[in-house]
Design a binder for this molecule. Sequence first.
Ligand code: MRU
Length: 363
Amino acid sequence: MLVDGVPHRTIWLADDGETVEIIDQTKLPHRFEIVRLTSVEEAAHAIKVMQVRGAPLIGATAAYGMALAMRGDAGDAALAAAVDRLTGTRPTAVNLRWALDEMTALLRPLPTAARTEAAYRRAAEICDEDVGINEGIGSHGIELIKKASEAKGGVPVNILTHCNAGWLATVDWGTATAPIYRAHEEGIPVHVWVDETRPRNQGASLTAWEFCHHGVPHTVIVDNAGGHLMQHGDVDLCIVGSDRTTGSGDVCNKIGTYLKALAAQDNGVPFYVGLPSPTIDWTLADGVAEIPIEQRDGAEVSEMTGRTGAGAIETVKITPDGSDVANYAFDVTPARLVTGLITERGIAASSRDGLLELFPERR
Ligand code: MRU
């Protein structure tokens, strides 16, 4: 997608054909900086500190991390150590495990001399596949926006989204945002309510930045405003992303998603989830009980970082020194609150049967 009018992806192979470049998302929206990853350790660090984040991009970065680890004659011990290092970075987004499983299944049977080339090739494919998948989500999801637009007689469709399930969270296009970008490009008037998404402000810092660069009309709101807007008829549909969706349709996404889904149900607002198939964890049936919820550093809650009027980036403390803080990074929205799952193969009912209809090979 566009940054200052120039098309970008979030991750790419550098000109040397070996190292990998990413956009440092911890610096957005105030600075656009590119970081070079030269080792599996640096790839793991980038995932851990959230220079890259978002379920699909975490998977893509892990795949390139494996490629970086396979340079030279990397044997089974190096392969296992790389998987171990990357697995430990973030627990909730299942795309990480998916990408590492893909890479391991490909690389382990190969002679060590063949691993480097194969690893780079598969990492690049995973990136391209992600882009294709998100384009598919866009093609199916745009139909929902078209329908809402027709029902409103062309008045802008108000869509609420949470966190950043935009192109920055993927390799390109985004999941929740793919239908929005498509609608915008096709001239369907849309307006997006962007939840700020405390504590790390992925909505205010990243989704809003994306929309600024693409000219998508949007308004940043505090996380608790969504219910109020829905009560007043100001939200036509919600579209969010997912870090892990169970085979039964429970959706784990950024903390606060569940509350939006509850408010949506109370107000009859359709609540959709855009997700690529690698985000489905077919091994799980009960999201609340089984999905590991990442708990992050409390400083993300007790502090805020921003740009001062003088242009300096500063971090300030917002809680009393004596207060404990807790930082649950994700929550689970039960399938019963989800209107539909927008996948690359179509829109599934949020149930095992609904998903299996689109993915019969999982029966
Ligand atoms: O903690 P983050 O920023 O990695 O969380 C990201 C989200 O929750 C996204 O909504 C999710 O990964 C979907 S990305 C297309």
